[in-house]
Design a protein around this ligand. Structure first.
Ligand SMILES: NC(=O)c1ccc[n+]([C@@H]2O[C@H](COP(=O)([O-])OP(=O)(O)OC[C@H]3O[C@@H](n4cnc5c(N)ncnc54)[C@H](OP(=O)(O)O)[C@@H]3O)[C@@H](O)[C@H]2O)c1
Length: 235
């Protein structure tokens, strides 16, 4: 298979890339930072690109995609967490920054995929349980993932030849969780306490395990209605 994955420099994206490369597939990776551990695989192709620089994406991504010709799978995985705090403490600038990466970069990428590729069989956007829970403190991140779910559903209505889904991968012991773990006790944000507990109780798989679960789920997800939001913990 030929698979595009965004955010391959670390965390889930790095582990997904390794999973597919070890299984003999070709991976097209995008992130700002290089990942030397992936470069030893002949099937790994990479472009360093800031996904919040939309103008630059329009000029660099088409050439990169043309190398692929057609894709079996695109995993829109790159994402950022917002600082955990109340909505009233968030500036619009902070919210816009998170929306740019978690939502709008994926719109640009999907549009570029359809204008530059012969076809793409499946597009899976990595969402989160935070898109539906509405836990206090998750502000821009929750808003961005909820918007992502809806954007994916809307694309699924327009592109019947491609299977779309937004997928919550479950908890992953990545750099994103290191930030949560570093937070001081704050009674306002009870979900932070639960996540800290999960890290040491076996409920937070390492990226390698999470990638395997996700890759298996993506095969099952092809049978679900296109455009749906699914949580791997419920499949
Ligand atoms: N960790 C969890 O428990 C958890 C739970 C639910 C959902 N998720 C979702 O899973 C996905 C992966 O998360 P993770 O835990 O693996 O996070 P991570 O370890 O922080 O990795 C994030 C990846 O996104 C890339 N990225 C961020 N900003 C970028 C930008 N402006 N341009 C290009 N690439 C950018 C990073 O690459 P560079 O910095 O090199 O650019 C990195 O490769 C995210 O969408 C996240 O919301 C995670």
């Amino acid at each position: 298979m030929k698979i595009l994955i965004t955010g391959t420099s670390k965390g889930l994206g790095d582990a997904l890339a390794k999973f597919y490369l070890k299984n003999g597939h070709t991976v097209y990776g995008i992130s700002r930072n290089r990942n030397k551990s992936l470069e030893k695989y002949t099937g790994f192709n990479f472009i360093s690109q800031d996904l919040s620089d939309f103008e630059e994406m329009e000029s660099t991504i088409p050439g990169f995609l043309k190398k692929a010709g057609r894709l079996n799978l695109a995993i829109l995985n790159a994402g950022v967490l917002a600082e955990i705090k109340d909505m009233k403490e968030c500036s619009l600038a902070e919210i816009k920054r998170v929306m740019d990466i978690n939502v709008w970069s994926n719109k640009i990428l999907i549009d570029l995929l359809f204008s530059n590729l012969k076809s793409v069989d499946q597009i899976a956007a990595i969402s989160s349980g935070a898109s539906v829970y509405g836990n206090r403190g998750w502000n821009a991140y929750s808003i961005s993932k909820a918007a992502l779910n809806m954007m994916i559903k809307l694309y699924s209505r327009e592109q019947p030849g491609t299977h779309f889904s937004s997928v919550a991968p479950g908890l992953i012991d990545s750099g994103m969780q290191d930030y949560i773990f570093s937070l001081p006790e704050d009674q306002r944000f009870s979900s932070v306490k639960k996540l800290k507990e999960a890290k040491f109780s076996g409920q937070m798989p390492k990226p390698g395990e999470a990638a395997q679960i996700l890759a298996t789920s993506l095969e099952k997800i092809m049978k679900a209605e296109s455009g749906a939001f699914l949580d791997v913990r419920e499949l």
